[in-house]
Design a binder for this molecule. Structure first.
Ligand code: ADP
Length: 560
Protein backbone atom coordinates (compact mmCIF):
# COMPACT_ATOMS: atom_id res chain seq x y z
CA UNK A 1 0.00 0.00 0.00
CA UNK A 2 1.24 3.50 -0.75
CA UNK A 3 1.62 5.79 2.22
CA UNK A 4 0.94 9.40 1.25
CA UNK A 5 3.96 11.26 2.60
CA UNK A 6 4.15 14.64 1.00
CA UNK A 7 7.14 14.92 -1.28
CA UNK A 8 7.24 11.12 -1.43
CA UNK A 9 10.63 10.57 0.19
CA UNK A 10 9.42 7.76 2.48
CA UNK A 11 6.98 5.94 0.23
CA UNK A 12 6.80 2.23 1.15
CA UNK A 13 5.11 -0.38 -0.98
CA UNK A 14 4.69 -3.70 0.75
CA UNK A 15 5.90 -6.76 -1.08
CA UNK A 16 8.38 -4.99 -3.33
CA UNK A 17 11.82 -6.50 -3.87
CA UNK A 18 15.00 -4.45 -4.37
CA UNK A 19 16.48 -4.10 -7.87
CA UNK A 20 20.03 -5.28 -8.50
CA UNK A 21 21.53 -2.20 -10.09
CA UNK A 22 24.59 -0.23 -9.02
CA UNK A 23 24.12 2.79 -6.81
CA UNK A 24 26.43 5.04 -8.82
CA UNK A 25 25.94 8.66 -7.81
CA UNK A 26 24.79 11.22 -10.40
CA UNK A 27 27.53 13.87 -10.18
CA UNK A 28 28.08 17.09 -12.12
CA UNK A 29 31.71 16.14 -12.84
CA UNK A 30 30.40 13.34 -15.08
CA UNK A 31 28.87 15.92 -17.47
CA UNK A 32 32.13 17.69 -18.29
CA UNK A 33 34.02 14.38 -18.42
CA UNK A 34 31.49 13.12 -20.95
CA UNK A 35 31.78 16.33 -22.96
CA UNK A 36 35.58 16.15 -23.24
CA UNK A 37 35.48 12.42 -24.12
CA UNK A 38 32.72 12.51 -26.74
CA UNK A 39 32.64 16.08 -28.02
CA UNK A 40 36.29 17.16 -27.54
CA UNK A 41 36.28 19.47 -30.56
CA UNK A 42 33.05 21.38 -29.93
CA UNK A 43 33.90 25.00 -29.20
CA UNK A 44 33.20 27.59 -26.55
CA UNK A 45 33.62 31.15 -27.80
CA UNK A 46 33.54 34.00 -25.26
CA UNK A 47 33.52 37.76 -25.38
CA UNK A 48 36.02 38.55 -22.61
CA UNK A 49 35.71 41.64 -20.41
CA UNK A 50 39.27 42.41 -21.51
CA UNK A 51 37.70 43.10 -24.92
CA UNK A 52 38.76 40.29 -27.25
CA UNK A 53 37.17 36.97 -28.20
CA UNK A 54 38.44 33.81 -26.55
CA UNK A 55 37.88 30.39 -28.12
CA UNK A 56 38.76 26.87 -27.15
CA UNK A 57 37.39 23.32 -27.30
CA UNK A 58 35.69 21.23 -24.63
CA UNK A 59 38.91 19.19 -24.39
CA UNK A 60 40.91 22.34 -23.58
CA UNK A 61 38.18 23.60 -21.23
CA UNK A 62 38.35 20.31 -19.33
CA UNK A 63 42.10 20.68 -18.76
CA UNK A 64 41.59 24.15 -17.32
CA UNK A 65 38.68 22.97 -15.14
CA UNK A 66 41.07 20.41 -13.61
CA UNK A 67 43.76 23.05 -13.06
CA UNK A 68 41.21 25.35 -11.48
CA UNK A 69 39.99 22.57 -9.17
CA UNK A 70 43.59 22.15 -7.92
CA UNK A 71 43.82 25.93 -7.55
CA UNK A 72 40.64 26.02 -5.45
CA UNK A 73 42.00 23.37 -3.10
CA UNK A 74 45.24 25.35 -2.80
CA UNK A 75 43.13 28.37 -1.87
CA UNK A 76 41.57 26.43 1.01
CA UNK A 77 38.24 25.49 -0.57
CA UNK A 78 36.94 22.25 0.94
CA UNK A 79 33.73 20.20 0.40
CA UNK A 80 30.70 22.27 1.38
CA UNK A 81 32.51 25.64 1.11
CA UNK A 82 30.35 28.25 -0.55
CA UNK A 83 32.23 29.93 -3.38
CA UNK A 84 30.55 32.97 -4.91
CA UNK A 85 30.81 34.11 -8.52
CA UNK A 86 30.11 37.64 -9.74
CA UNK A 87 30.58 37.32 -13.46
CA UNK A 88 29.20 37.60 -16.98
CA UNK A 89 28.75 34.71 -19.38
CA UNK A 90 32.31 33.77 -20.27
CA UNK A 91 34.63 30.77 -20.35
CA UNK A 92 36.10 31.37 -16.88
CA UNK A 93 32.63 31.42 -15.34
CA UNK A 94 31.90 28.13 -17.12
CA UNK A 95 35.12 26.63 -15.70
CA UNK A 96 34.14 27.76 -12.20
CA UNK A 97 30.82 25.92 -12.41
CA UNK A 98 32.60 22.61 -12.93
CA UNK A 99 35.70 23.11 -10.76
CA UNK A 100 33.75 24.27 -7.69
CA UNK A 101 31.04 21.63 -7.97
CA UNK A 102 33.43 18.86 -9.00
CA UNK A 103 35.33 19.03 -5.70
CA UNK A 104 32.12 19.02 -3.63
CA UNK A 105 31.99 22.75 -2.89
CA UNK A 106 28.94 24.93 -3.64
CA UNK A 107 28.88 27.42 -6.51
CA UNK A 108 26.86 30.44 -5.37
CA UNK A 109 26.13 32.56 -8.43
CA UNK A 110 25.48 36.17 -7.37
CA UNK A 111 23.46 38.57 -9.47
CA UNK A 112 25.50 41.80 -9.78
CA UNK A 113 22.30 43.79 -10.32
CA UNK A 114 20.94 42.98 -6.86
CA UNK A 115 20.03 46.04 -4.78
CA UNK A 116 22.72 46.86 -2.15
CA UNK A 117 20.82 45.39 0.81
CA UNK A 118 20.05 42.12 -0.99
CA UNK A 119 23.63 41.84 -2.22
CA UNK A 120 24.86 42.09 1.36
CA UNK A 121 22.20 39.67 2.55
CA UNK A 122 22.94 36.86 0.08
CA UNK A 123 26.74 36.90 0.52
CA UNK A 124 26.41 36.79 4.29
CA UNK A 125 23.50 34.38 4.40
CA UNK A 126 25.41 31.98 2.15
CA UNK A 127 28.56 32.62 4.22
CA UNK A 128 30.69 32.74 1.10
CA UNK A 129 34.39 32.13 1.84
CA UNK A 130 35.76 32.96 -1.60
CA UNK A 131 34.39 35.23 -4.31
CA UNK A 132 35.40 35.16 -7.99
CA UNK A 133 34.75 38.42 -9.78
CA UNK A 134 35.03 39.73 -13.33
CA UNK A 135 37.10 42.90 -13.66
CA UNK A 136 33.88 44.84 -14.30
CA UNK A 137 32.66 44.33 -10.75
CA UNK A 138 35.82 45.26 -8.82
CA UNK A 139 34.62 48.88 -8.32
CA UNK A 140 31.27 47.53 -7.06
CA UNK A 141 33.10 45.36 -4.50
CA UNK A 142 35.29 48.26 -3.44
CA UNK A 143 32.19 50.37 -2.81
CA UNK A 144 30.55 47.59 -0.81
CA UNK A 145 33.64 46.42 1.02
CA UNK A 146 31.99 46.76 4.44
CA UNK A 147 29.15 44.45 3.34
CA UNK A 148 31.38 41.48 2.46
CA UNK A 149 31.60 38.50 4.83
CA UNK A 150 34.70 38.90 7.04
CA UNK A 151 37.80 37.09 5.79
CA UNK A 152 36.34 36.33 2.35
CA UNK A 153 39.04 35.93 -0.31
CA UNK A 154 38.55 37.63 -3.67
CA UNK A 155 39.85 36.27 -6.97
CA UNK A 156 39.80 38.54 -10.03
CA UNK A 157 38.97 36.62 -13.20
CA UNK A 158 41.82 37.86 -15.37
CA UNK A 159 45.55 37.48 -15.97
CA UNK A 160 48.37 39.29 -14.17
CA UNK A 161 48.68 41.95 -16.89
CA UNK A 162 45.06 43.06 -16.36
CA UNK A 163 44.99 42.89 -12.55
CA UNK A 164 43.51 46.15 -11.22
CA UNK A 165 45.05 48.54 -8.72
CA UNK A 166 42.75 48.00 -5.75
CA UNK A 167 42.61 48.47 -2.04
CA UNK A 168 40.58 45.28 -1.59
CA UNK A 169 42.29 42.84 0.78
CA UNK A 170 43.36 39.32 -0.22
CA UNK A 171 43.10 39.86 -3.95
CA UNK A 172 44.13 36.84 -6.06
CA UNK A 173 44.62 36.49 -9.81
CA UNK A 174 42.57 33.78 -11.59
CA UNK A 175 45.16 32.81 -14.19
CA UNK A 176 47.85 32.50 -11.51
CA UNK A 177 45.72 29.97 -9.64
CA UNK A 178 45.96 27.69 -12.67
CA UNK A 179 49.66 28.08 -13.44
CA UNK A 180 51.63 24.83 -13.12
CA UNK A 181 48.62 22.91 -11.80
CA UNK A 182 48.04 19.37 -13.15
CA UNK A 183 45.69 19.05 -16.13
CA UNK A 184 44.03 16.03 -14.59
CA UNK A 185 41.86 15.78 -11.47
CA UNK A 186 40.60 12.62 -9.76
CA UNK A 187 37.06 13.83 -9.12
CA UNK A 188 35.90 12.68 -5.70
CA UNK A 189 32.79 10.50 -5.36
CA UNK A 190 30.16 11.40 -2.82
CA UNK A 191 26.41 11.21 -2.22
CA UNK A 192 24.48 12.53 -5.22
CA UNK A 193 22.23 14.51 -2.88
CA UNK A 194 25.19 16.73 -1.93
CA UNK A 195 24.61 20.43 -2.66
CA UNK A 196 26.41 21.73 -5.75
CA UNK A 197 24.97 25.18 -6.47
CA UNK A 198 23.06 27.98 -4.81
CA UNK A 199 20.94 30.71 -6.39
CA UNK A 200 18.77 33.22 -4.57
CA UNK A 201 15.44 34.35 -5.95
CA UNK A 202 15.45 38.08 -6.48
CA UNK A 203 13.16 38.51 -3.49
CA UNK A 204 10.14 40.41 -4.78
CA UNK A 205 8.85 40.19 -1.21
CA UNK A 206 11.04 39.96 1.89
CA UNK A 207 14.62 38.69 1.83
CA UNK A 208 15.91 36.66 -1.11
CA UNK A 209 15.49 32.91 -0.64
CA UNK A 210 18.17 30.40 -1.59
CA UNK A 211 17.45 27.48 -3.92
CA UNK A 212 20.14 24.92 -3.07
CA UNK A 213 20.55 22.48 -5.97
CA UNK A 214 22.02 19.01 -5.59
CA UNK A 215 24.26 17.03 -7.96
CA UNK A 216 21.37 14.63 -8.52
CA UNK A 217 18.87 17.39 -9.35
CA UNK A 218 21.34 19.09 -11.69
CA UNK A 219 22.20 15.96 -13.66
CA UNK A 220 18.53 14.97 -13.88
CA UNK A 221 17.51 18.47 -14.98
CA UNK A 222 20.10 18.28 -17.77
CA UNK A 223 18.82 14.88 -18.89
CA UNK A 224 15.18 15.96 -18.71
CA UNK A 225 15.81 19.14 -20.71
CA UNK A 226 17.94 17.24 -23.23
CA UNK A 227 14.99 14.89 -23.64
CA UNK A 228 12.82 17.77 -24.87
CA UNK A 229 12.45 17.93 -28.64
CA UNK A 230 14.64 21.04 -29.09
CA UNK A 231 16.89 21.60 -32.11
CA UNK A 232 19.75 23.10 -30.08
CA UNK A 233 21.04 20.04 -28.26
CA UNK A 234 23.23 18.44 -30.91
CA UNK A 235 26.94 18.81 -31.76
CA UNK A 236 25.76 20.50 -34.96
CA UNK A 237 24.16 23.41 -33.06
CA UNK A 238 25.71 26.55 -31.61
CA UNK A 239 23.76 28.27 -28.93
CA UNK A 240 24.11 31.59 -27.24
CA UNK A 241 22.92 31.96 -23.65
CA UNK A 242 21.77 35.55 -23.17
CA UNK A 243 20.26 34.26 -19.96
CA UNK A 244 23.03 34.88 -17.42
CA UNK A 245 25.18 32.24 -15.76
CA UNK A 246 24.62 34.31 -12.60
CA UNK A 247 20.92 33.43 -12.44
CA UNK A 248 19.39 29.95 -12.24
CA UNK A 249 22.27 28.11 -13.92
CA UNK A 250 21.63 29.97 -17.19
CA UNK A 251 18.54 27.74 -17.50
CA UNK A 252 20.80 24.68 -17.40
CA UNK A 253 22.78 25.52 -20.56
CA UNK A 254 26.31 25.17 -19.09
CA UNK A 255 25.40 21.55 -18.25
CA UNK A 256 23.47 20.82 -21.43
CA UNK A 257 26.34 22.03 -23.62
CA UNK A 258 28.95 19.37 -22.83
CA UNK A 259 26.26 16.71 -22.50
CA UNK A 260 24.95 17.35 -26.01
CA UNK A 261 28.19 18.58 -27.62
CA UNK A 262 26.55 21.80 -28.79
CA UNK A 263 28.91 24.73 -29.25
CA UNK A 264 28.45 27.66 -26.91
CA UNK A 265 28.88 31.34 -27.72
CA UNK A 266 29.11 33.49 -24.58
CA UNK A 267 28.30 37.19 -25.01
CA UNK A 268 30.09 38.51 -21.90
CA UNK A 269 28.82 42.00 -21.06
CA UNK A 270 27.66 42.75 -24.64
CA UNK A 271 23.92 42.22 -24.25
CA UNK A 272 22.64 45.17 -26.31
CA UNK A 273 20.98 44.54 -29.69
CA UNK A 274 23.93 45.57 -31.93
CA UNK A 275 26.50 43.51 -29.95
CA UNK A 276 24.27 40.43 -29.87
CA UNK A 277 23.46 40.71 -33.58
CA UNK A 278 27.14 40.96 -34.58
CA UNK A 279 28.28 38.08 -32.37
CA UNK A 280 25.44 35.83 -33.53
CA UNK A 281 26.13 36.71 -37.14
CA UNK A 282 29.93 36.27 -36.96
CA UNK A 283 29.78 33.02 -35.00
CA UNK A 284 26.82 31.49 -36.89
CA UNK A 285 24.74 31.02 -33.74
CA UNK A 286 21.77 28.76 -34.48
CA UNK A 287 19.86 29.08 -31.21
CA UNK A 288 19.60 31.70 -28.46
CA UNK A 289 17.92 31.75 -25.06
CA UNK A 290 16.74 34.75 -23.03
CA UNK A 291 13.93 36.77 -21.42
CA UNK A 292 11.56 38.80 -23.68
CA UNK A 293 13.18 42.14 -22.80
CA UNK A 294 16.51 41.26 -24.44
CA UNK A 295 14.78 40.25 -27.66
CA UNK A 296 13.28 43.72 -27.98
CA UNK A 297 16.82 45.04 -28.57
CA UNK A 298 17.76 42.24 -30.97
CA UNK A 299 14.55 42.64 -32.97
CA UNK A 300 15.17 46.38 -33.30
CA UNK A 301 18.66 45.61 -34.65
CA UNK A 302 17.28 43.00 -37.04
CA UNK A 303 14.87 45.68 -38.28
CA UNK A 304 17.84 48.00 -38.98
CA UNK A 305 19.64 45.31 -40.98
CA UNK A 306 16.47 44.04 -42.62
CA UNK A 307 17.56 40.48 -41.86
CA UNK A 308 18.25 38.02 -39.06
CA UNK A 309 21.71 36.88 -37.88
CA UNK A 310 22.55 34.48 -40.70
CA UNK A 311 22.22 31.10 -38.96
CA UNK A 312 19.68 31.95 -36.26
CA UNK A 313 16.89 29.39 -36.58
CA UNK A 314 15.56 29.00 -33.07
CA UNK A 315 14.93 31.20 -30.05
CA UNK A 316 13.85 30.10 -26.59
CA UNK A 317 12.01 32.83 -24.71
CA UNK A 318 10.96 32.54 -21.08
CA UNK A 319 11.14 34.13 -17.65
CA UNK A 320 8.09 36.24 -18.39
CA UNK A 321 5.28 35.94 -20.91
CA UNK A 322 6.14 36.30 -24.58
CA UNK A 323 3.87 38.87 -26.25
CA UNK A 324 2.18 37.18 -29.25
CA UNK A 325 3.28 40.14 -31.38
CA UNK A 326 6.93 39.25 -30.66
CA UNK A 327 6.26 35.61 -31.48
CA UNK A 328 4.74 36.62 -34.79
CA UNK A 329 7.65 38.91 -35.74
CA UNK A 330 10.23 36.20 -35.04
CA UNK A 331 8.31 33.52 -36.88
CA UNK A 332 6.65 35.33 -39.78
CA UNK A 333 9.09 38.15 -40.55
CA UNK A 334 12.33 36.26 -39.95
CA UNK A 335 11.43 32.56 -40.08
CA UNK A 336 12.87 31.95 -36.62
CA UNK A 337 11.09 29.26 -34.64
CA UNK A 338 10.15 30.34 -31.10
CA UNK A 339 9.76 28.06 -28.09
CA UNK A 340 8.08 29.69 -25.12
CA UNK A 341 9.25 28.30 -21.78
CA UNK A 342 8.10 28.72 -18.21
CA UNK A 343 10.06 27.97 -15.07
CA UNK A 344 11.34 29.21 -11.75
CA UNK A 345 14.57 29.48 -9.78
CA UNK A 346 13.09 26.85 -7.48
CA UNK A 347 12.68 24.43 -10.41
CA UNK A 348 16.31 24.46 -11.65
CA UNK A 349 14.50 26.18 -13.63
CA UNK A 350 12.66 24.59 -16.59
CA UNK A 351 9.03 23.65 -15.93
CA UNK A 352 7.34 23.64 -19.32
CA UNK A 353 8.21 24.17 -22.98
CA UNK A 354 6.06 25.15 -25.94
CA UNK A 355 7.03 22.35 -28.29
CA UNK A 356 4.32 21.28 -30.73
CA UNK A 357 3.50 17.69 -31.66
CA UNK A 358 3.63 16.84 -35.39
CA UNK A 359 -0.16 16.97 -35.72
CA UNK A 360 -0.14 20.46 -34.17
CA UNK A 361 2.45 21.57 -36.73
CA UNK A 362 -0.06 20.61 -39.40
CA UNK A 363 -2.58 23.14 -38.04
CA UNK A 364 -3.13 26.51 -39.74
CA UNK A 365 -0.43 29.08 -38.90
CA UNK A 366 -2.77 31.18 -36.72
CA UNK A 367 -3.68 28.17 -34.61
CA UNK A 368 -0.02 27.24 -34.17
CA UNK A 369 0.79 30.78 -33.03
CA UNK A 370 -2.07 30.62 -30.53
CA UNK A 371 -0.67 27.39 -29.06
CA UNK A 372 2.89 28.74 -28.99
CA UNK A 373 1.81 31.80 -27.01
CA UNK A 374 0.87 29.51 -24.10
CA UNK A 375 3.60 28.58 -21.62
CA UNK A 376 4.02 25.12 -23.13
CA UNK A 377 3.60 21.63 -21.80
CA UNK A 378 5.32 20.13 -18.79
CA UNK A 379 8.86 18.90 -19.19
CA UNK A 380 9.43 15.24 -18.29
CA UNK A 381 10.10 15.04 -14.54
CA UNK A 382 7.77 17.93 -13.66
CA UNK A 383 4.25 17.36 -12.31
CA UNK A 384 1.74 20.24 -12.38
CA UNK A 385 -1.51 20.79 -10.48
CA UNK A 386 -3.82 23.75 -10.02
CA UNK A 387 -5.78 24.20 -6.81
CA UNK A 388 -8.53 26.45 -5.49
CA UNK A 389 -8.27 28.64 -2.37
CA UNK A 390 -8.87 25.60 -0.11
CA UNK A 391 -6.15 23.57 -1.80
CA UNK A 392 -8.65 21.33 -3.66
CA UNK A 393 -7.49 20.20 -7.10
CA UNK A 394 -9.09 21.78 -10.14
CA UNK A 395 -9.58 20.00 -13.49
CA UNK A 396 -7.16 20.43 -16.39
CA UNK A 397 -9.93 21.54 -18.72
CA UNK A 398 -8.53 24.84 -19.95
CA UNK A 399 -11.28 26.68 -18.05
CA UNK A 400 -10.60 26.28 -14.32
CA UNK A 401 -8.10 28.81 -12.98
CA UNK A 402 -6.18 28.26 -9.76
CA UNK A 403 -2.84 28.47 -8.00
CA UNK A 404 -0.19 26.40 -9.71
CA UNK A 405 1.87 23.92 -7.68
CA UNK A 406 4.69 21.68 -8.93
CA UNK A 407 6.57 18.58 -7.89
CA UNK A 408 9.61 16.72 -9.18
CA UNK A 409 13.22 15.71 -8.51
CA UNK A 410 14.47 19.11 -9.73
CA UNK A 411 12.08 21.16 -7.55
CA UNK A 412 13.21 22.52 -4.14
CA UNK A 413 11.71 20.95 -1.02
CA UNK A 414 12.47 24.11 0.96
CA UNK A 415 15.00 26.95 1.04
CA UNK A 416 18.59 27.09 2.24
CA UNK A 417 18.65 27.88 5.98
CA UNK A 418 15.23 29.51 5.96
CA UNK A 419 12.64 27.42 7.78
CA UNK A 420 9.76 29.95 7.80
CA UNK A 421 10.02 30.46 4.03
CA UNK A 422 10.37 26.70 3.49
CA UNK A 423 7.24 25.91 5.51
CA UNK A 424 5.21 28.49 3.58
CA UNK A 425 6.39 27.20 0.21
CA UNK A 426 5.34 23.55 0.49
CA UNK A 427 1.67 22.49 0.62
CA UNK A 428 0.11 19.63 2.61
CA UNK A 429 0.72 17.16 -0.21
CA UNK A 430 4.41 18.10 -0.44
CA UNK A 431 4.09 20.19 -3.62
CA UNK A 432 5.87 23.51 -4.15
CA UNK A 433 3.50 26.49 -4.38
CA UNK A 434 4.61 28.62 -7.32
CA UNK A 435 2.64 31.80 -6.56
CA UNK A 436 1.47 31.76 -10.19
CA UNK A 437 -2.17 31.59 -11.21
CA UNK A 438 -2.86 29.35 -14.19
CA UNK A 439 -5.10 27.02 -16.10
CA UNK A 440 -4.09 23.81 -17.89
CA UNK A 441 -5.72 22.60 -21.10
CA UNK A 442 -6.77 18.95 -21.61
CA UNK A 443 -3.80 18.46 -23.96
CA UNK A 444 -1.44 19.77 -21.28
CA UNK A 445 -0.79 23.39 -22.27
CA UNK A 446 -0.04 25.59 -19.31
CA UNK A 447 -1.60 29.04 -19.47
CA UNK A 448 -0.13 31.41 -16.90
CA UNK A 449 -2.74 34.05 -16.07
CA UNK A 450 -0.48 36.06 -13.78
CA UNK A 451 1.58 36.06 -10.64
CA UNK A 452 -0.83 36.12 -7.70
CA UNK A 453 0.53 39.47 -6.61
CA UNK A 454 0.32 41.01 -10.10
CA UNK A 455 -3.35 40.21 -10.79
CA UNK A 456 -5.62 43.24 -10.82
CA UNK A 457 -8.50 42.47 -8.46
CA UNK A 458 -11.38 44.56 -9.77
CA UNK A 459 -14.72 44.25 -7.95
CA UNK A 460 -13.97 40.66 -6.92
CA UNK A 461 -12.97 39.62 -10.48
CA UNK A 462 -9.44 39.09 -11.76
CA UNK A 463 -7.88 40.93 -14.65
CA UNK A 464 -4.70 39.39 -16.03
CA UNK A 465 -1.95 42.00 -16.34
CA UNK A 466 -0.17 39.64 -18.78
CA UNK A 467 -3.15 39.47 -21.16
CA UNK A 468 -3.55 43.24 -21.14
CA UNK A 469 0.17 43.79 -21.75
CA UNK A 470 0.14 41.26 -24.59
CA UNK A 471 -2.77 43.06 -26.23
CA UNK A 472 -1.08 46.46 -25.90
CA UNK A 473 2.26 45.16 -27.22
CA UNK A 474 0.57 44.41 -30.54
CA UNK A 475 0.35 48.19 -31.11
CA UNK A 476 3.17 49.10 -33.51
CA UNK A 477 3.94 52.33 -31.65
CA UNK A 478 4.37 50.68 -28.24
CA UNK A 479 7.95 49.58 -27.48
CA UNK A 480 7.35 48.16 -24.02
CA UNK A 481 4.56 48.31 -21.45
CA UNK A 482 3.37 47.09 -18.08
CA UNK A 483 0.05 46.90 -16.29
CA UNK A 484 -0.25 47.36 -12.53
CA UNK A 485 -3.20 47.65 -10.19
CA UNK A 486 -4.09 51.18 -9.05
CA UNK A 487 -6.31 51.81 -6.05
CA UNK A 488 -9.96 52.51 -6.85
CA UNK A 489 -12.61 53.54 -4.29
CA UNK A 490 -15.42 51.51 -5.88
CA UNK A 491 -13.64 48.53 -7.50
CA UNK A 492 -10.69 48.19 -5.04
CA UNK A 493 -8.26 47.97 -7.94
CA UNK A 494 -8.32 49.00 -11.60
CA UNK A 495 -5.67 48.51 -14.29
CA UNK A 496 -3.17 51.26 -15.03
CA UNK A 497 -1.23 50.85 -18.29
CA UNK A 498 2.30 52.27 -18.34
CA UNK A 499 3.72 52.63 -21.84
CA UNK A 500 7.14 53.28 -23.37
CA UNK A 501 6.34 54.62 -26.86
CA UNK A 502 8.43 53.41 -29.80
CA UNK A 503 11.07 55.86 -31.09
CA UNK A 504 9.41 58.68 -33.02
CA UNK A 505 5.88 57.61 -32.06
CA UNK A 506 3.18 60.19 -31.44
CA UNK A 507 0.80 58.28 -29.19
CA UNK A 508 -2.22 59.56 -27.28
CA UNK A 509 -4.09 57.83 -24.51
CA UNK A 510 -7.31 57.70 -26.55
CA UNK A 511 -5.58 55.92 -29.43
CA UNK A 512 -4.25 53.23 -27.08
CA UNK A 513 -7.67 52.72 -25.49
CA UNK A 514 -9.32 52.53 -28.93
CA UNK A 515 -6.77 49.93 -29.99
CA UNK A 516 -7.44 47.84 -26.88
CA UNK A 517 -11.22 48.16 -27.14
CA UNK A 518 -11.16 45.89 -30.17
CA UNK A 519 -9.02 43.33 -28.36
CA UNK A 520 -10.08 42.88 -24.71
CA UNK A 521 -13.29 42.75 -22.67
CA UNK A 522 -14.66 46.24 -21.96
CA UNK A 523 -14.30 45.94 -18.19
CA UNK A 524 -10.60 45.11 -18.62
CA UNK A 525 -9.81 48.41 -20.35
CA UNK A 526 -7.20 50.37 -18.36
CA UNK A 527 -8.63 53.31 -16.41
CA UNK A 528 -5.60 55.34 -17.45
CA UNK A 529 -2.55 55.22 -19.71
CA UNK A 530 0.70 56.82 -18.59
CA UNK A 531 3.66 57.41 -20.93
CA UNK A 532 7.22 57.04 -19.62
CA UNK A 533 10.70 57.02 -21.17
CA UNK A 534 11.63 53.66 -19.71
CA UNK A 535 10.37 50.94 -17.39
CA UNK A 536 12.33 49.74 -14.36
CA UNK A 537 13.87 46.28 -14.82
CA UNK A 538 14.72 43.92 -11.97
CA UNK A 539 17.90 41.98 -11.40
CA UNK A 540 16.98 39.33 -13.97
CA UNK A 541 16.04 41.78 -16.74
CA UNK A 542 12.28 41.48 -16.28
CA UNK A 543 10.05 44.51 -15.75
CA UNK A 544 10.00 45.19 -12.01
CA UNK A 545 6.36 45.57 -11.04
CA UNK A 546 7.45 45.97 -7.44
CA UNK A 547 9.29 49.19 -8.36
CA UNK A 548 6.40 50.35 -10.55
CA UNK A 549 3.89 49.77 -7.77
CA UNK A 550 6.08 51.84 -5.42
CA UNK A 551 6.42 54.60 -8.05
CA UNK A 552 2.65 54.77 -8.63
CA UNK A 553 1.49 54.07 -5.09
CA UNK A 554 -0.15 57.49 -4.70
CA UNK A 555 -1.43 57.66 -8.26
CA UNK A 556 -5.02 58.85 -8.47
CA UNK A 557 -6.95 57.40 -11.39
CA UNK A 558 -9.17 59.83 -13.36
CA UNK A 559 -12.06 57.43 -12.67
CA UNK A 560 -11.52 57.43 -8.89
P1 ADP B 1 12.75 35.93 -9.86
O1 ADP B 1 12.59 36.67 -11.18
O2 ADP B 1 11.75 36.36 -8.81
O3 ADP B 1 14.12 35.66 -9.38
P2 ADP B 1 12.34 33.55 -11.31
O4 ADP B 1 13.35 33.96 -12.30
O5 ADP B 1 12.46 32.25 -10.68
O6 ADP B 1 12.25 34.52 -10.14
O7 ADP B 1 10.92 33.78 -11.95
C1 ADP B 1 9.90 32.86 -11.85
C2 ADP B 1 8.59 33.48 -12.21
O8 ADP B 1 8.67 34.16 -13.47
C3 ADP B 1 7.46 32.50 -12.37
O9 ADP B 1 6.91 32.13 -11.13
C4 ADP B 1 6.48 33.27 -13.25
O10 ADP B 1 5.69 34.15 -12.49
C5 ADP B 1 7.39 34.09 -14.11
N1 ADP B 1 7.56 33.43 -15.42
C6 ADP B 1 8.58 32.67 -15.83
N2 ADP B 1 8.40 32.28 -17.12
C7 ADP B 1 7.22 32.81 -17.51
C8 ADP B 1 6.44 32.77 -18.73
N3 ADP B 1 6.88 32.12 -19.80
N4 ADP B 1 5.26 33.42 -18.75
C9 ADP B 1 4.81 34.09 -17.68
N5 ADP B 1 5.48 34.18 -16.52
C10 ADP B 1 6.67 33.55 -16.43
Amino acid sequence: MLTPTGSGRKKMLQGVIPGRMMQRPLLVSSLIEYGKDFHPNSEIVSRRVEGDLHRYTYAAAYRRVCQLAHGLVALGVTPGTRVATLAWNNHRHFELYYAIQGIGAVCHTVNPRLPVDQFKYVLNHADDRVLFTDLTFVPLLEARRADLPPGMKIVVMTDRAHMPESGLPDLFCFEELLVSQAEHYDWPEFDENTACALCYTSGTTGNPKGALYSHRSMVLHSLFARNADLPCFTPRAKFLPVVPLFHVNAWGLPYLAPLSGAGMVMPGPGLDGPSLFKLMDDEAVSSAWGVPTVWLGLLAEMGQHGRKPKALAHVLVGGSAVPPSMLRTFQETYGISVVHGWGMTEMSPVGSLGILEPEMEALPQEEQLRLKAYQGRRMFGVDLKIVDEDGARLPHDGEAIGELAVRGPCVVDGYFNDEPASAAAIDDEGWFRTGDVASISPDGFLMIVDRTKDLVKSGGEWISSIDLENAAMAHPEIAECAVIAAVHPKWDERPLLIVVPAAGADLAKEAVIDFLTARVAKWWLPDDVVFVDELPHGATGKVSKLTLRAQFKDYVLPTA
